[in-house]
Design a binder for this molecule. Sequence first.
Ligand code: G3P
Ligand code: MG
Length: 247
Amino acid sequence: MIAPQLGWPLPRVFAHRCGGALAPENTLAGLRIAARLGVRAVEFDVMLSADGSPWLLHDETLLRTTDGFGRVGETHDAQLRCLDAGAHQHPAFAGEPVPTLESAAFACRQLGLLANVEIKPAAGFEALAGEVVARRVRALWSGEDLPLVSSFSATALAAARAAVPELPLGCLYERPPSDWLARVRQFRAVTLHCDAAFVDDELLREARDGGIPVLCYTVNDPSIAAALCRRGVAAVFSDRIDCLVDE
Ligand code: G3P
Ligand code: MG
């Protein structure tokens, strides 16, 4: 399926947080594993450091996924560069760095991976994160298929749209609001992303009629992925890219 303005055929499976459960989340090791398994698209989360630079991190704090601590938005690039983002998952991944958006873009291009960049703004920095990530994405993927950029934050999406008018955007919700299609139109978004628990047939009918592909997270069971696909879901984000086959 090709979404209008997306420009690339949407794969049925996106590796969640780079390599799903097979590698530490949001790492280059995850990208390498995803590519090795034949996955064609990856999703990862991007947050700004204290210097306003985009890094692949999911949480507002460093403790869960690195050997650092404190708030990402209060940590400088020089400190982030020294952190280990792999050892918490398994000693085999010790030394795995926290990737910059730049290093992830380079790896995606080298490995031939399509990307969904999810903007994760720290509270209070939504507009800045939207603008910075959008501009960096456009520059880093220059001449290539632009990634799909999504966010739970309407403020971040609006800022991304204003900064880069041609950027493919996805509206991301846990449970889509009843006026989701109007919001998609408002942002000139090309996809709807939501928790798989909250897709119902009415939403899927509305999406089909409106020409908007629906992408669901996080789907790890192949039979559930197949059932969602039969019902009209275009793609799933998965931690079990070793189980899900992108046909
Ligand atoms: O973008 C889909 C999914 O990644 C959203 O949830 O918390 O895993 O970033 P989360
Ligand atoms: Mg995410």
